[in-house]
Design a protein. Structure first.
Length: 281
């Protein structure tokens, strides 16, 4: 099976530092932030930063490097001003990813803030159409992440994701990022074999397994169906270890980057990666 395990690493000190830190952990896949996630404005990447990143990126297989978009971006916002800022922010994220040669940018579908799921999804579709028109020719995919279903957040069901994929003008520019903690919290029973198979089948029917372009491997501090997003070390949360055995040995995603977003304290990335690698058959 193709090696595709890794983690989200810090880009503090320069985007290339994320790859240096990943190499220290012997990662095959990497997720990073390409800019400060708590601010709308960000300085452009320098030519030197891009060149240093691309040089280190040669040590990784194609498709194994992704970024996570800003949490400030809300494609479903009922506020026109927020949507406009979000469009500008997401375009910047995609431009950075394109400069660095990343396979995808992970994005939360957003929150409808009480407007309702239907209207929220309509806004997301229109939002993405505008973004894609302004980034014509880009190779980097936008990866819609499954969510835990907190509050008015969209994306906690495969139906939400299918409606977005089927609604946009350029569905080939989209993919899906599964998050194990979010799936479990949203009520998908991935923690036992029958439930995993049921979830896999539902996903395949709704969007197709081939649409999954990235996976976040996180245990959950909160119980099944809680709709609360709290990540935990692998095997130390409510999900247990079986689900992760299923995911890392899933043939459909053998060439999809699978990255940790677990706590950095305690066993840390090294301990979590060692455990995940031991699950390989």
């Amino acid at each position: 099976m193709t090696a595709n395990l890794g983690t989200h690493t810090s880009a503090a000190g320069g985007v290339w530092r994320a790859l240096e830190r990943a190499k220290e952990l012997d990662c095959d896949a990497v997720q990073l932030f390409t800019r400060n996630q708590n601010q709308w404005r960000a300085k452009p990447l320098t030519t030197e930063a891009i060149e240093r990143f691309r040089e280190l990126a040669r040590d990784f297989q194609p498709g194994m490097l992704i970024s996570h978009g800003s949490y400030l971006v809300n494609p479903a916002s009922p506020r026109p001003a927020t949507r406009e800022r979000s469009i500008t922010g997401l375009i910047d994220e995609l431009e950075r990813a394109e400069q660095l040669g990343l396979a995808g940018v992970v994005l939360h579908p957003g929150s409808h803030v009480g407007a309702g799921v239907g209207l929220g999804i309509t806004r997301v579709v229109r939002f993405l159409d505008r973004v894609f028109r302004r980034t014509a020719g880009f190779k980097t995919l936008l990866l819609l992440e499954t969510t835990a279903g907190q509050g008015s957040n969209l994306g906690s069901t495969f139906d939400d994701l299918a409606r977005i994929l089927n609604g946009v003008e350029q569905p080939e520019r989209l993919g899906i990022c599964l998050d194990t903690c979010h799936l479990f919290a949203a009520g998908y029973p991935i923690h036992h074999l029958d439930g995993y198979r049921e979830t896999r089948s539902a996903l395949d029917e709704a969007v197709g397994l081939e649409q999954v372009k990235a996976v976040h491997l996180n245990d959950s501090k909160m119980p099944f169906g809680s709709h609360r997003d709290r990540h935990q070390h692998i095997g130390q949360g409510e999900i247990g270890t079986d689900a992760f055995r299923f995911f890392v040995n899933e043939p459909a995603w053998s060439e999809v980057p699978m990255v940790l977003e677990t706590p950095k304290e305690g066993v840390g990335d090294a301990g979590n990666l060692e455990l995940l690698r031991s699950f390989r058959r």
